[in-house]
Design a protein around this ligand. Structure first.
Ligand code: NAP
Length: 316
């Protein structure tokens, strides 16, 4: 077995594994949350890996968390699939979503055991529930058009598939992706469930075709930008001529960056009676669920409310 260099931390340390971790709002939010959660001794430390890093580099990160007693756990972005693939055998347990999706967004330790979790279906789901409430699809007859079929698009679909009440499931979910691989992965995941949602898989990166898909949606439908365009890459997956569904919802998964898709949607708030949401609630749910898991603190609705209010004080 390879011996990795382990740093013995002098303070309880929570890691943020990403690409440009220093730029995230969590750096301002985290110390405030630790005060709210009664753990002001815990510090946040970023670990930046290049995209698709060497598997050995991922294993070194996991070894640091596993072997140093003061390294408590981590939130993982961007590298969820790669990290799982590189370090699967170093973990003692995986939660059911991690087993199904073979990705992990949270690393925690309990009774000396290293645990991997895929929290995205839970956190994307909590965010969607926050936005639409109960019975949305029964009340509106809307569909979901998800532009981008990566981790967060898949998480949203899995959440909807697992909704026990029919009124909380759309009749149709259309997933659009630039490359076919992610859609194949999604099709494979969906095949593991017995669902009455009609899932459509569309390979496309032409904004005009996305405009046409939007135009065909029934009233009340939800259009999601899960491509990362407008933050990770420039532009928007739709054109300026695209018309959002009447009485529908436009949900941009990001909360920072140029957010072109969100601005296109904001211009149609009055004409189309459109609701526009950004990714802030998703950010707060995503982080609070992982921090709660790592620190062994249940995120009750009351605690979530306090954390959301505290995070909001850092928004410019
Ligand atoms: N607010 C939050 O807390 C929060 C939480 C989760 C995610 N997000 C954001 O949501 C975005 C998506 O996250 P993710 O984890 O799902 O990323 P991801 O796994 O990289 O997925 C993005 C997908 O979009 C596809 N895509 C990119 N450009 C496209 C285009 N023009 N047309 C069609 N498909 C396109 C990509 O296709 P290819 O396969 O061809 O690359 C990829 O499959 C990111 O920007 C992330 O920051 C925010």
């Amino acid at each position: 077995m390879t011996a990795y260099p382990i740093v013995t931390k002098t303070q309880p340390t929570f890691y943020f594994v990403g690409v440009t971790t220093g730029k995230s709002s969590i750096n301002q939010v985290f110390p405030l949350w630790m005060d709210v959660m009664g753990r002001p001794d815990v510090v946040l430390e970023g670990i930046d890996h290049p995209i698709h890093d060497d598997p050995e580099a991922y294993r070194a990160t996991v070894a640091q968390i596993k072997q140093d007693p003061n390294s408590l756990g981590a939130l993982v972005t961007t590298h969820k699939l790669d990290l799982f693939a590189a370090a699967e055998e170093m973990f003692d347990t995986f939660d059911p979503y991690a087993q199904v999706t073979r990705e992990l967004s949270c690393i925690s330790k309990r009774d000396g055991r290293l645990e991997g979790h895929a929290k995205d279906p839970i956190t994307a789901g909590l965010s969607l529930d926050h936005i639409i409430g109960q019975g949305y699809f029964a009340n509106t007859g809307g569909h979901v058009l998800c532009l981008g079929a990566g981790g967060s698009g898949l998480a949203t679909l899995l959440h909807l598939i697992n909704k026990p009440d029919k009124g909380d499931r759309p009749a149709k979910f259309s997933a659009v992706n630039r490359s076919p691989d992610r859609l194949e992965h999604m099709r494979h995941m969906v095949g593991k469930y017995n669902t009455d949602i009609e899932v459509e898989y569309i390979v496309n990166s032409d904004p005009r075709q996305n405009d046409a898909l939007m135009a065909a949606l029934p009233e009340g439908s939800i259009v999601i930008n899960a491509t990362g365009m407008g933050k990770d890459t420039p532009g928007s997956p739709i054109s300026d001529d695209g018309r959002f569904p009447q009485n529908g919802i436009a949900w941009e998964f990001n909360y920072r960056g140029e957010l072109d898709f969100m601005h296109q949607a904001l211009r149609q708030v009055d004409t189309r009676h459109l609701r526009v949401e950004d990714g802030w609630v998703y950010f707060v749910h995503g982080w609070s669920q992982v921090v709660g898991q790592v620190l062994g603190i249940e995120i009750t609705p009351e605690l979530f409310q306090r954390l959301a209010e505290t995070a909001a004080t850092t928004r410019s």
